[in-house]
Design a binder for this molecule. Structure first.
Ligand code: F6P
Length: 359
């Protein structure tokens, strides 16, 4: 009988419980034992490691749509790759992680993580030798190369869209603009998608240069005297520091445009998982189960259009734009960004949205 482990690492998002539930159900159907590791890698540091064993009642189907992870993602500041690298205890951290993995005697480990976690898994691949490592990409940032979608992105777009939809009504009542700062790190996908969905008048993303004077002219000439200006948290403006939404708001105020800022923050990572994210999580869980049966290892589940498959982790890393991770010394993460030929950019432009200096 196989023993398979599953853990959720990095920031949470909606869809984690769906992928856990679908994977555990599929594994139990095959007669495998399913071990849930609590708090991501933090749960592997104590001896014995902090785990739960799944049965049919551990995560009922009706709870699979709920945001967060029943396995949790870890305490802020607890010992993990990031904190131990910062205080020079990475070797000790790795040793304890390996000991726990040996003790758990897993045949396979499902690591549900974002691009930081996946890049770390690839960099520390020897830690996982002797078991099958199958990664499942999740992130609201949609910044993972080689997959069209990541678990949690669609729900985040829905959450941010609904948030802006509400703001639009109060904006109309007061004839003013809301500068909404989206999450997404240095990837503009979340801002771009939710901005189009809510009908934003401008969308500023890190991948595209913008001009403040053009933005102001666009807002002044807009057919309405209210609306949403979506600003991705990753943008910057030369000579300015602080929150991007605040700096854009100051420029608008100086030009006489009445506005307020809004920060939806972690609401973007919560909310009932959308049907699209649930289907994606189900497909990815299914691909992970098949990968175990096919004796694959060091792979990531991915979608290409409607097809879910696995890609080698080495390719995931090689395909991304490797950038230094400011949080983890010596680590490069394999990021993906909005590409200049992303069809949504054209769609936004032709819908009258100021998207930056793309033409
Ligand atoms: O990577 C996911 C993400 O939600 C980013 O979009 C955001 O910048 C960051 O995590 C927030 O992290 P924290 O929860 O540590 O504030």
């Amino acid at each position: 009988m196989k023993r398979v482990g599953i853990m959720t690492t990095g920031g949470d998002c909606s869809g984690l419980n769906t992928v856990i539930q679908r994977f555990a159900a599929g594994a139990m159907l095959r007669g495998w034992r399913v071990i849930g590791i609590l708090d991501g890698t933090d749960g592997l540091i104590p001896n014995p490691p902090r785990i739960i064993e799944f049965n049919e009642r551990t995560l009922p189907i009706e709870n699979a749509r709920l945001a967060g992870s029943i396995l949790c993602n870890g305490h802020a500041g607890a010992m993990n790759f990031e904190t131990s690298a910062k205080c020079g205890r990475l070797r000790e951290f790795n040793r304890r992680l390996r000991e726990s993995l040996d003790e758990l005697k897993l045949d396979a480990l499902i690591l549900v993580g974002g691009n930081g976690s996946l890049s770390l898994a690839w960099k520390n691949k020897e830690l996982y030798s002797g078991l099958q490592l199958i990664c499942v990409p999740k992130t609201i940032d949609l910044d993972i190369p080689l997959t069209d979608r990541t678990i949690g992105f669609d729900t985040a777009v829905q959450q941010l869209t609904s948030y802006c939809d509400q703001l639009m009504l109060t904006a109309r009542s007061h004839h003013r603009w809301f500068v909404v700062q989206s999450m997404g790190r240095d990837c503009g996908q979340l801002a771009l998608n939710a901005g189009i969905a809510t009908g934003a008048s401008a969308i500023l993303i890190p991948e595209i240069k913008f001009n403040v004077d053009s933005l102001i002219a666009h807002i002044k000439n807009a057919p309405t005297d209210y609306g949403i200006i979506m600003v991705s948290e990753g943008i910057s403006l030369r000579g300015h520091s602080g929150k991007p939404a605040d700096m854009i708001a100051r420029k608008l105020s100086a030009a006489g445009i009445a506005n307020r800022t809004a920060f939806p923050e972690h609401i973007q990572r919560a909310g009932d998982t959308t049907a699209t994210d649930r289907i994606l999580a189900t497909c990815m869980a299914d691909a992970a189960l098949h990968a175990i049966e096919n004796n694959e290892t060091y792979v990531m589940t991915a979608v290409d259009g409607f097809r879910c498959h696995t890609v080698p982790l080495s390719e995931f890393f090689a395909a991304g734009d490797a950038v230094a991770d400011p949080n983890i010394p010596e680590l490069e993460t394999a990021n993906a960004y909005v590409s200049p030929d992303d069809p949504l950019l054209d769609v936004a432009y032709h819908s009258g949205i100021y998207i930056g200096e793309i033409k």
